[in-house]
Design a protein around this ligand. Structure first.
Ligand SMILES: Nc1ncnc2c1ncn2[C@@H]1O[C@H](COP(=O)(O)OP(=O)(O)OP(=O)(O)O)[C@@H](O)[C@H]1O
Length: 586
C-alpha cells in the first residue's frame, strides 16, 4: 500500500472534521477530495488504522533510525568541535555543606550573580551558623560570562562513592581555546577561597564510614589566648613550624616526613586549646579522630589516615580511651623490648612488625587493634607532612610502642594552673579589646581605696556586693560567704549566672597597672597547681564584669573547692579500697 495514499486519506478524514460517531463510514468529502480513497479499500476507520499500523512499523523504524543517526552524528560533531573550541575542567565536588539543612539548591539562571549567600536569612543575633548559601542545583547547566567568554558549569552526581554519600562532580566549560583562561579562573577561585578562609580553620571528623566529614569552620584562636607556663606553647609552635619547613631535610635523610606530639596531663589545662591555636597559626586544618568511634576497624582507620591531605593536623583526642577499654601491653621500654624481640630493624623501618604479635592483634576497642593504630600512624599509607597531636589525661595507660619517637616525638605535660597562669588569665579576662585607650578611671569605676596588699578595691563593690550565687564549672552551685548572707534569691534557687544578674553592666575601664595589681592579688589567692585553667576560667566567668568581686570571693571559693576535692578523693579511695570514707579522709 502506498504511504502517500494513506496519508492523503488520513488528511481528508481530519479535514472533514469527522466526529467519533461518524467514524464507521467514510466521509463524502473524503471521496471527493481523495478520488483514490475508495480504491484503497479502507472504507472504515478500523481498516484505515490497521493499514496505518501495518505501515507504521517499518516506516517509523526507518524514519526513527534515520533521525537518531542524524542526532548522533550531530552530537558527535558538536562534541568533537566542542573539544576544539571549549576548555573543560571537571572537579570532585565534595561539599559537605550539601549535607546540612543550611544548603538550598536553587534552579535559577541568576545563580551566583552577585553573591552565593542569601542575605537577610541570618539569625537575628547575627549568628553566622544560621547563614544560608546557594549552591548550584544538580543536573542543571548554568551559564555566565567570564572575562568576556561564555562559560557553563554543571553539578552532577556520579555512581562513585557510597550509597549514603555519592560523589558529585562539577564540570566547568569555557568557550575558549586559551588554557590560560582556565588557569586564571582557578587561581582566582583559589585566592578567593584562601581570602575567605584567612581567619578560620576547618575542622573535620571521621564519620561512621572511612571518610572525613567537615563539621565546622572555626575562627582562628590567637596564640596569646592560651595561657601556659612561659615557653611551653612557643616550644611546640616553633617545633611544628620548623618541621613544616624541613621537608627536604627529612627527604635527604630518608626519614618519614611526619611529626607527632603527645599532650598529656590534667583535664581542662588547655591541650585542645593549644592545638587549635597552633593550627590557626600554621594555617592548617584539623582532622579529629576518636579511636573509640563505633564502626572503626583497622581497615577504616588505615583508609582515614591515607585520605588525609598533605599538610594538616591529625588530632586523636583521649587516645588513652581506646587502651582503657582494650588490651594494655606490659612493655615498659619500647626500645629494650624491640631489641628483645629482635624487632628493632622492622620498627626502625616504620612498621610495627614483630612487636608482641598476639597482643598486638587483639582489638583495643571495636575493631581497632594496637598494630592497626601503629600501622596507620607510620605505615606506608600514612600521609607525609601531617602533624599528629594526641591528647590524654592518663599517660600511664598508653602503650610504650605508641610513645616511641617517630610516632609521638615530643611529649608535653599539662599541669593544673600555676600562679603565673592564674595571673595572666585574670589579666586577659579584664583587659578590654581597646586596651590601648585604657584610661585611669578609678573615679568612673568607683575605686576609692586600696587594701593593704596594694590591691585597688572599690568600696562600692566590696561593701555593697550584690547577693549572687554562681555555678562553679564542675559541681554544685556555691554561694560565697558574703553573698550567702544577703542572697536575694529564694531558698533552693541555686544557679544564677552572675554576669547576667547585672545584665546592663559593662566592664569597668581599668588601666594596665590596675589590672596588673588586681591580677597579682588574685593569683596570690589561688594555690598553685590546685585548679585547672578551665575551672579558673569558669570561676571568672561568673564575675565577668566584676574583678573586685572575683578577688573578694576567691578565698571562700578556694576553700569550698578544696574541701570538695578532698571529699572526691576520699570517695575515690573508698571506691578503690572499699574502706569507709571517714577512715580515708582522716
Ligand atoms: N591554658 C589555658 N589558657 C586559656 N584557656 C584555657 C587554658 N586551659 C583551659 N582553658 C579553657 O578551658 C576550656 C577547656 O580547655 P581545653 O579543652 O583546651 O582543655 P583540655 O586540656 O583539652 O581538656 P581535656 O583534657 O578535658 O580535653 C576552654 O574553654 C579553654 O578556653
Amino acid at each position: 500500500m502506498d504511504p502517500a495514499q494513506i496519508l492523503q486519506t488520513v488528511l481528508s478524514v481530519i479535514q472533514s472534521g469527522i466526529g467519533a460517531e461518524d467514524l464507521a463510514s467514510p466521509p463524502p468529502q473524503a471521496a471527493a477530495t481523495a478520488p483514490h480513497a475508495s480504491a484503497l479499500g479502507p472504507s472504515s476507520l478500523p481498516q484505515l488504522l490497521s493499514a496505518l499500523l501495518s505501515m507504521h512499523a517499518t516506516q517509523f523504524v526507518l524514519i526513527g533510525a534515520f533521525i537518531e543517526a542524524l542526532r548522533r552524528l550531530f552530537s558527535m560533531l558538536w562534541e568533537s568541535a566542542g573539544d576544539d573550541f571549549w576548555l573543560t575542567a571537571t572537579f570532585d565536588w565534595d561539599d559537605d555543606t550539601s549535607d546540612t539543612a543550611r544548603s538550598i539548591e536553587v534552579s535559577s539562571y541568576c545563580y551566583g550573580l552577585k553573591t552565593s549567600t542569601i542575605e537577610g536569612l541570618e539569625d537575628d543575633d547575627g549568628w553566622e551558623d544560621g547563614r544560608m548559601s546557594f549552591i548550584p542545583s544538580l543536573s542543571k547547566t548554568y551559564s555566565l560570562w567570564y572575562r568576556g567568554r561564555y562559560m557553563t558549569f554543571r553539578r552532577e552526581k556520579t555512581d562513585r562513592g557510597s550509597y549514603y554519600r555519592p560523589t558529585q562532580v562539577l564540570e566547568l566549560r569555557i568557550f575558549s581555546r586559551d588554557p590560560r583562561l582556565l588557569r586564571d579562573l582557578l587561581l582566582e577561585a583559589r585566592q578567593a577561597y584562601q581570602k575567605a578562609s584567612q581567619h578560620v580553620i576547618n575542622v573535620y571528623v571521621a564519620d561512621g564510614s572511612d571518610r572525613w566529614k567537615h563539621v565546622a569552620k572555626q575562627e582562628k584562636r590567637p596564640v596569646s589566648s592560651v595561657i601556659l607556663d612561659p615557653g611551653v606553647l612557643e616550644l611546640v609552635l616553633h617545633d611544628a613550624r620548623d618541621f613544616l619547613q624541613s621537608k627536604k631535610w627529612y627527604a635527604d635523610r630518608g626519614i618519614p616526613f611526619r611529626r607527632g606530639y603527645l599532650l598529656y596531663g590534667a583535664p581542662g589545662a588547655g591541650k585542645t586549646s593549644m592545638i587549635h591555636s597552633i593550627a590557626g597559626e600554621l594555617g592548617l586544618n584539623i582532622y579529629i579522630l576518636s579511636l573509640t568511634m563505633m564502626a572503626l576497624d583497622d581497615n577504616s582507620l588505615k583508609s582515614l589516615i591515607a585520605h588525609l591531605p598533605q599538610s594538616c593536623i591529625l588530632l586523636i583526642e583521649d587516645i588513652d580511651a581506646a587502651f582503657h577499654r582494650g588490651v594494655k601491653r606490659d612493655i615498659q621500654d619500647p626500645e629494650k623490648e624491640a631489641k628483645r624481640t629482635g624487632a628493632l630493624g622492622a620498627a626502625a623501618a616504620g612498621g610495627p612488625a614483630g612487636e608482641d604479635g598476639e597482643k598486638m592483634q587483639q582489638p583495643l576497642y571495636n575493631g581497632v587493634t594496637l598494630s592497626g593504630v601503629l600501622n596507620a600512624l607510620d605505615g606506608i599509607a600514612a600521609q607525609e607532612g601531617r602533624i599528629l597531636f594526641a591528647t590524654t589525661n592518663d599517660y600511664s595507660a598508653l602503650d610504650p610502642a605508641l610513645l616511641r619517637p617517630g610516632r609521638l616525638d615530643l611529649h608535653v605535660e599539662f599541669q593544673l594552673a600555676s600562679q603565673y597562669q592564674a595571673r595572666e588569665l585574670f589579666k586577659r579576662f579584664y583587659t578590654s579589646e581597646d586596651d590601648e585607650d585604657l584610661v585611669h578611671s578609678s573615679e568612673a569605676a568607683g575605686v576609692d581605696e586600696k587594701d593593704d596588699s596594694g590591691c585597688v578595691a572599690s568600696s562600692s563593690d566590696l561593701d555593697d556586693r550584690p547577693s549572687v550565687a554562681f555555678m562553679p564549672p564542675n559541681g554544685e552551685p556555691t554561694l560565697s560567704a558574703s553573698s550567702r548572707a544577703r542572697s536575694p534569691f529564694p531558698d533552693g534557687v541555686q544557679s544564677v549566672y552572675v554576669g547576667m544578674e547585672r545584665g546592663t553592666g559593662s566592664l569597668p575601664k581599668l588601666s594596665k597597672e590596675e589590672i596588673a595589681a588586681l591580677a597579682d592579688r588574685f593569683a596570690s589567692l589561688i594555690p598553685p597547681r590546685a585548679f585547672s585553667m578551665a575551672t579558673l576560667q569558669g570561676y571568672l566567668m561568673a564575675y565577668k564584669i566584676r574583678p573586685w568581686d572575683a578577688i573578694g570571693d576567691a578565698p571562700g571559693w578556694v576553700a569550698s573547692r578544696l574541701q570538695e576535692k578532698v571529699l572526691e578523693q576520699s570517695e575515690k579511695a573508698h571506691a578503690r579500697t572499699g574502706t569507709p570514707e571517714n577512715d580515708v579522709a582522716a
